[in-house]
Design a protein around this ligand. Sequence first.
Ligand code: KMH
Ligand code: ZN
Length: 276
Amino acid sequence: MEKLIITAAICGAEVTKENNPNIPYSVREIGIEAEKSFLAGASIIHLHVRDDDGTPTQDLKRFQACVDEIRKRIPDVIILPSTGGAIGMSNEERIQPIFTNPQPEMATLDMGTMNFGGGDDIFVNTENTIISFAKEMNSRGVKPELECFDKGMIDMTLRLHKKGYIKEPMHFNFMLGVIGGINATERDLRFLVNSIPQGSTYCVGAIGKHEFPMVTLSIKLGGHARVGFEDNLYLSKGVLAESNSQLVEKVVEISMGLEREIASSYEARKILGLRK
Ligand code: KMH
Ligand code: ZN
């Protein structure tokens, strides 16, 4: 099996310091969390950013400041910015992080519209939005991480692949357990894994208590792993994680127990076919 690529989703757009005081908001806090996660074994940082008061933003200047801070601390890490942003943001806001300097090697590409987290929230990704984001990424050589919160989003990916908008080799991120998306069960994860083309790579993340069981299954199946405050705030039942790095350390321990080694960022680039 390939070595395990660990992605640390250190910040997200929905969770706040009221949920866990260790969620990073400031540029410095984001830099520290990225560095600690990298040193613990993450090769990819999935990046959302905030204003100092915690408001999620896709502002290019704020992203640039965070990218500079992360690069200063850990030049080798792969930075994977979000183009999903937060619920309700316009497409123009959302796409900004692919314009940082240096340009990111990867960025998220969300593959469909869904109810998101209950209540009235809808995460809107029309086919035209997906195509226009894919075109922007393709023209710059930014590899999309294909965010699939449900099986239909894989089907949309394959449809847009046939039309030439999504190139091979494809890299998926399966997010399980979001209200409005697919459940976080073994049956459902196996269904997703069995639905992607051979030669694709995939990463698995899941919400809350489902994070570690789903990530463990992914490690066993040959997939990769995503953990972090964006998805889960707890190290174990009732114990808030003090840093994203504790969540990364826990995956490393699980993976070593399953005799699967951890990929460096250099090795992750080779596995994912990145240019650098
Ligand atoms: N914050 C969610 C609405 C992504 O990063 O592309 C979208 C999200 C996915 O987090
Ligand atoms: Zn995200």
